[in-house]
Ligand binder design. Structure first.
Ligand SMILES: [Zn+2]
Length: 96
């Protein structure tokens, strides 16, 4: 799924993700922030599927895990840079 033309604003997304939610790490209701499962700088989109509620105190650790996991994924040979130089792999499409 790609971003649709009626892409929601960040404030709307945040409200949807954190509204009535609990931290997915510790279950707290307080001080929730919207976390990107796949970090933005690694191509993560501002879409509900990529967002989850995390409380402020858990966020740094959750963020670190997410980055570590994303980096692992990045190292997998699913982007065959040398084998097919003419055709960029589909995973290379950047949203921004
Ligand atoms: Zn928490």
């Amino acid at each position: 799924m790609k971003q649709s033309p009626d892409h929601l604003s960040w404030s709307t997304l945040s409200a949807l993700v954190t509204g009535g939610a609990v931290c997915r790490a510790c279950g707290s209701h307080d001080d929730l922030v919207t976390h990107h499962k796949l970090p933005r700088r690694m191509g993560g989109l501002d879409v509900l599927e990529n967002l989850e509620p995390v409380c402020r105190s858990c966020h740094p650790a959750v963020e670190q895990d997410a980055v570590a996991e994303a980096e692992l994924t990045w190292e997998r040979p699913e982007w065959p840079e040398r084998r097919r130089p003419r055709r960029p792999p589909p995973g290379l499409i950047r949203p921004y």
